[in-house]
Ligand binder design. Sequence first.
Ligand code: SAM
Ligand code: DTB
Ligand code: SF4
Length: 343
Amino acid sequence: MSPSSDPSPLGAAVATAPPPAWTTAQVLALYALPFNDLIQRAQTVLRDHFDPHDIQLSSLLSIKTGGCPEDCGYCPQSVHHDTPVKAEKLMPLADVLTAARAARDQGATRFCMGAAWKRPKERDLERVAEMIREVKALGLETCVTLGMLDAAQARALKTAGLDYYNHNLDTAPTFYGRIVSTRSYQDRLDTLTHVSASGINVCCGGIVGMGESREQRAALIAQLTMLSPQPQSVPINRLVRVAGTPLADAADLDVLEFARTIAVARIALPLARVRLSAGRTDLSPAEQALCLLAGANSIFYGDTLLTTPNPESNADVELLAQLGLRPDTLSSTLSSTAHAPCR
Ligand code: SAM
Ligand code: DTB
Ligand code: SF4
């Protein structure tokens, strides 16, 4: 490929400099590469920054389900949609720890607790802080996703020992208003700023398959590259179409386009764990293998996501073994959250 046709990021990359931001046009140029060239490039970037045989396993638990006042069009937990998910109270600590122990014993290294809140109240934050301390004491990395945070709340979570905060941009700025009206894009960016400033690692990605265009998928990835620092963890969710949500009848996203999105994320966010996230139950093992070949090096592991099904753990163990992928271990994640080059 000639240099002029080689899609490359804004500015020159220096070995020790943070990875550069990409424009939407540059990300679109990656999407336009011949599929095999895109995959090869994604594999090269993966191998420059990670052990390509290593995969990170995160388990999810919904610690406060349903009754959410936000109107995210994809989400079965919103009070605005008529879905089978009913509002529950914050789960007791003992139940959280039972689930965390089970996740650890099945091989997860990160435990992600999700709450269907607009933002946490102070009393709730204290209870979540207790959960974080206790889950960490089990030897697991911790992640929570609790909605919007202010600066003081982010600092309180950092003090509790939180490793990652998940807060997704979800989609492109130009498509966002079609999906969510109760929380602005800027609200999301503000929360991410507070999380980063507190020293917590950022987990931030989005959803594809909501009817957005390829350009809008590219714009989402470009937005993620513009975060400073770039997110350490990037979940790429394929819409789970839940009956009763406004997106229940969204058109199926082509699997090759989904794999392209993962490859593009891998290239544009070279230091991030790119997670093949929601939507795996709609993919065959071979299609999931393609997404892992495209550079994803993390999955949600465990039989449920928050409220919807995920592949059975046994099936995942078998798939990873077939592919020669080794789940990361607690000792490797605890020794460092930084990603050392593998060569
Ligand atoms: N309530 C918190 C919030 O939104 O800030 C955290 C939980 S929310 C369920 C976390 C993320 O899950 C969302 O931002 C969205 O990207 C993803 N998600 C939710 N429902 C989904 C669905 N039906 N399919 C795919 N991803 C989904
Ligand atoms: C993320 O990006 N995906 C996860 C996690 N972060 C919290 C959630 C997926 C939810 C899928 C729909 C459900 O199970 O309710
Ligand atoms: Fe609420 Fe989060 Fe669902 Fe939006 S995605 S409705 S904020 S639980």
